[in-house]
Ligand binder design. Structure first.
Ligand SMILES: [Zn+2]
Length: 251
């Protein structure tokens, strides 16, 4: 498996995006995280995935991710933060949003979702990290709201893609987490025997409840825990790695 892309986001002419995968043909199986495996391999792997789309890897822009719902507006002055070392990343934020061209925003995951969102004419883009904590706290809604508050873009003008993540059949949780979700989100996306949470299903609901048209929300449907060609934190194999979702307005 090579780079994954969203059919929906490919329809936005001025936007470039992608989601890396686990690959046998690349060193460290295509890992793109500088804190997993050999950092020089990770840098090469980033380059192999982005240069085909005319994105210089040194322009990729990262923040420190902390499973929160903080969203940071990024400008060209921030471009390349975290592209050479984790220490140069932007301060903690699990969402990055921008309306300037040539500024690729990147989120790293392995079981959590990377949500990529674009204004449908390419006026603004964002990349958001939503694992179980972020999903519980409704990162999806925070993401949609940020387009409105920062750029005046209404939800009906947005298209969103939910990356591969651990699916509802596979994501087993303890009773405390299951109850927490039931109290806040109801039972629609919960399963029993064993107790599980359907995170991609819930994120899809959250995006629609935040105002995006259902036809403008696309779920990749791939499960990181089941697919050998995707990295899974929970599957816990060695060597392990991270995948990267990225999105940019074309220069
Ligand atoms: Zn699964």
């Amino acid at each position: 498996m090579t780079l994954l892309q969203s059919d929906l986001l490919l329809q936005v002419p001025t936007v470039i995006h992608g989601f890396t995968t686990k690959r046998e043909d690349l060193p460290d199986w295509g890992n793109v995280s500088l804190i997993q495996g050999d950092p020089s391999h990770a840098l090469d792997n980033r380059a192999k995935n982005t240069t085909t789309l005319d994105i210089p890897p040194e322009h990729l822009t990262f923040s420190l991710q902390e499973h929160g719902t903080t969203i940071r507006r990024v400008s060209v002055a921030d471009r390349g933060a975290g592209s050479d070392s984790p220490e140069s990343s932007l301060p903690p934020a699990d969402g990055l949003i921008a309306n300037e061209p040539g500024l690729p925003l990147a989120i790293m995951v392995a079981d959590c979702a990377c949500i990529l969102i674009a204004e449908r004419n390419g006026q603004a883009v964002g990349a958001f990290h939503s694992g179980w904590r972020g999903t519980f706290e409704n990162m999806a809604e925070a993401a949609v709201r940020s387009f409105q508050s920062l750029f005046g873009i209404p939800p009906v003008d947005l298209a969103a893609w939910i990356s591969p993540m651990i699916c509802g059949n596979c994501f087993e949780v303890g009773g405390d987490v299951w109850k927490k979700f039931e109290e806040r989100w109801g039972r629609d996306h919960l399963l029993e025997n064993p107790l599980r949470v359907n995170l991609p299903g819930l994120i899809g609901t959250q995006l629609v409840q935040a105002g995006i048209e259902p036809s403008n929300v696309e779920n990749s449907g791939a499960c990181t825990f089941e697919e050998e060609n995707l990295f899974s934190h929970r599957r816990g194999e060695t060597p392990n790695g991270r995948m990267m979702g990225f999105i940019s307005i074309k220069k």
